[in-house]
Unconditional design. Structure first.
Length: 295
């Protein structure tokens, strides 16, 4: 992998992917190197393959009827800063297409570090865990993540009235409950076999613009988990980070209308990236994620 690390644009590419992952610094810093040798590496390889086909334009993956085409060369005709613009655009697109899988892998990495999984110590010559470097695709990383999260020990967590609260009647005996405490997040993660309870989401409990919600059936069993940021649904996942069932999606659609929630892909993004010159790019690269991208 030395040739990848030595490429003049590799660091730029991984930097922009890290920004798009939108993970708080406190959570991201301990897994930064793991993200680089897993998601960062796959992200880089995906775009190298695309560049071999067409480095300027590409269609939306998987759309074989009338795909939308995307310019991916960074608009060099605009002058200085086109490398920054190129990888900012590519990271944005890649996360539009793969955000659920990417966040699932990050959940696994956060849990692995928190629980000191033994495989972290089995590294190659570059100091990267072999379990990560052997994965040659995002699909393989997701497989390892799902397997790793499933192996956690399930322990009972007892909740009180201050831990969660009823929010909305979804119909058909289902309800929407907001998770208010670390204990609530922990229990949701254990029952749903995903990583909301591993600690990575704890600080969002104090963020007035964020919210974590659980879809419960007639017996109080969780069927899906939602993460909201400023009115946008950032994540909506079923057990083991699977796609929620059509029935659950239909039920939650009522809450989306009632509260005016929108899709994460519809959020307003900073439009300034494409206009930054080299001087601004240097400043931006050193800012923490909370300052790099306005809310």
């Amino acid at each position: 992998m030395a040739d990848k690390y030595d490429h003049p644009e590799y660091r730029e590419a991984v930097f922009h992917l890290s920004c798009e992952l939108d993970i708080p610094d406190r959570v991201f810093v301990p897994i930064r190197n793991l993200v680089g040798c897993s998601l960062g590496r796959i992200f880089w390889l995906d775009w190298r393959k695309q560049d071999a086909v067409d480095p300027e334009w590409m269609p939306t993956p998987g759309d074989h009827t009338d795909p939308e085409w995307h310019q991916i060369d960074g608009w060099p005709e605009k002058g200085d800063g086109h490398i920054y613009r190129k990888w900012s655009r590519r990271a944005d697109l890649w996360m539009q297409w793969h955000s659920v899988d990417a966040w699932h892998v990050c959940d696994w990495l956060i849990t692995a570090v928190s629980d000191a999984h033994p495989w972290l110590a089995n590294v190659d010559g570059n100091g990267s865990p072999k379990k990560l470097t052997k994965c040659g695709s995002l699909e393989r990383l997701v497989h390892e993540a799902t397997k790793g999260l499933r192996q956690r020990n399930i322990r009972d967590v007892f909740l009180g009235s201050e831990d969660e609260t009823f929010v909305y009647d979804l119909g058909a005996g289902h309800t929407l409950v907001q998770l208010l405490s670390r204990a609530a997040l922990r229990k949701e993660g254990l029952l749903m076999r995903h990583c909301i309870g591993s600690g990575g989401y704890d600080e969002l409990l104090d963020d007035p613009g964020a919210g974590m919600y659980s879809v419960r059936d007639q017996n109080g069993k969780p069927k899906a988990t939602l993460e909201l940021r400023d009115g946008f649904v950032r994540q909506f996942r079923g057990p083991a980070n699977a796609e929620p069932s059509t029935a659950v999606k239909d039920l939650v659609a009522g809450a989306e209308v009632a509260f005016g929630w929108k899709k994460w892909s519809e959020r307003r993004k900073a439009d300034d990236d494409q206009e930054y010159g080299d001087e601004a790019v240097v400043v931006l690269r050193d800012l923490p994620p909370a300052q790099r991208r306005p809310g």
